[in-house]
Ligand binder design. Structure first.
Ligand code: PMP
Length: 421
């Protein structure tokens, strides 16, 4: 929605900085704001299921912190920009067990991993630098980086097999941004070979890697794979020699409202990030960090077990419904974790046009795929999130969507055109 200003208002557009040229509301986010109507079955919201928030435990931990006067005074006070030390210690130990030996000095807490992406953009990107991303990639990362005026480059075909080195050498990406586990929007993960090849490529190009691990803890199928940072540390000998900067978050496992994420990387990088964090907002909420540390210090793995089982069950329901209701020509790949399934529609069918018709004709919503592409977009894809709907709505929503896509295919055949383009 664009606001209108009175005639005597200053011409703000002319006063905004150059960097605002790329900072725009996403059409899709604007459209999705209209989806609150109760009769719409929505696969759009890529957010955690609130039924899975550990509400009682969070309530108890707030109570414990606030009922102890010494802790309460600390919890409600300003604190260091690096973040609450006991929480950073807990994260360092957990990451060390996950193959990423590191210490608290390698970790800075951020207001969600989204702020981590913004601060990394600020730290690493000069105007015109090239960021390489998967195709498609996380829209929020593009929004975070846009303010630093980079160019984007899709990971080229053959990049991981060394066949695109000439293209890559010409464009010299400074930064590569990847979500190796259960990516948003595709739900797809990089294989071990792809992770190794990505590190080889980063080495050949002398490129910094940003690893976004937002969904890593939500694996419910297949074997866990080492993170890019773990493989990087194994090659380089220590985190201090690694080129990968890792963004973690408690948003998908505890609660996004706590706004607690972190960046893990070499101490020299963390020291600079701390200066940027100071300038941005001083520190993450002290009380939220203290509460989060208490929450995760007991029973976190059992809690994760419950989350994984719940999302696995929802995924099963969605996949079974897709098998039952999607017409031929629609394809998808089952994710091994996370919250998303990516549908490729028949060639020529436009996800955005499909959404408009889905809303009016079938009262069903999802996110069209095109905005998730950094460089060259594909229109015939959509993102389905299965985190929020219950089983009955997953089934019914897919039935309606399949019916609509089928109608589009039929009328396209009848008129020898594409209906949803
Ligand atoms: N990365 C990815 C891939 C995401 O999907 C999200 C949330 N949608 C984030 C980062 C940001 O999450 P938060 O700031 O809550 O940690």
């Amino acid at each position: 929605m664009t606001s209108t200003a009175p005639a005597n208002a200053p011409d703000w557009a002319a006063r905004f900085s150059d960097r605002m040229a790329r900072v725009r509301a996403s059409e899709i986010r604007e459209l999705l704001k209209l989806l609150d109507q109760p009769d719409i079955l929505s696969f759009a919201g890529g957010i955690p299921d609130p039924d899975l928030f550990p509400i009682e435990r969070i309530e108890a931990c707030f109570g414990e912190v606030l009922s102890d006067p010494a802790q309460a005074r600390q919890a409600l006070q300003y604190s260091v920009s690096e973040g609450y030390l006991p929480l950073r210690q807990w994260i360092a130990e957990r990451m060390t067990r996950d193959g990423m030996p590191c210490e608290p000095r390698n970790i800075m807490m951020t207001a969600g991993s989204q702020q981590g992406l913004d601060l990394l953009g600020k730290l690493l990107l000069s105007v015109g630098d090239t960021v390489m991303t998967a195709r498609p990639t996380y829209l929020g990362a593009l929004q975070a980086f846009n303010g630093y005026q980079p160019e984007y480059m899709d990971l080229p075909e053959g990049a991981l097999t060394g066949e695109a080195d000439a293209v890559l050498a010409a464009r010299r990406p400074a930064v590569g941004y990847f979500v190796p586990d259960f990516a948003n929007p595709t739900g797809a993960s990089l294989t071990l070979e792809e992770r190794q090849a990505l590190l080889d490529l980063a080495g050949r190009l002398d490129m910094t890697l940003i690893e976004d691990a937002a969904y890593r803890e939500l694996r419910f199928a297949g074997e866990p794979l080492p993170t890019l940072l773990a493989l990087d540390i194994a090659r380089a000998g220590s985190i201090e020699a690694a080129r990968t900067l890792y963004c973690g978050t408690f948003s998908k496992t505890l609660s996004p409202a706590l706004r607690i994420g972190w960046i893990t990387g070499p101490a020299v990088v963390i020291e600079k990030l701390v200066l940027l964090k100071q300038g941005a907002d001083l520190h993450v909420s002290t009380i939220n960090q203290m509460v989060a540390e208490r929450v995760v210090s007991e029973g976190y793995d059992q809690h994760l077990g419950r989350l994984r089982a719940a999302y696995a069950a929802k995924r099963e329901t969605l996949l079974a419904a897709l098998d039952r209701h999607m017409p031929a020509g629609v394809t998808w790949t089952p994710p091994e974790g996370g919250m998303f399934v990516w549908l490729t529609l028949p060639e020529g069918m436009d996800g955005k046009v499909l959404l408009e018709r889905a809303l009016t004709e079938e009262r069903v919503a999802f996110v069209p795929g095109a905005p998730f592409f950094a460089e060259v977009a594909s229109d015939n894809c959509i993102r389905l999130s299965y985190s929020l709907p219950n089983d009955a709505d997953l089934e019914e929503g897919v039935r309606r969507l399949g019916r609509l896509i089928g109608r589009g295919q039929e009328s396209a055949r009848a008129s020898a055109t594409t209906v949803f383009s």
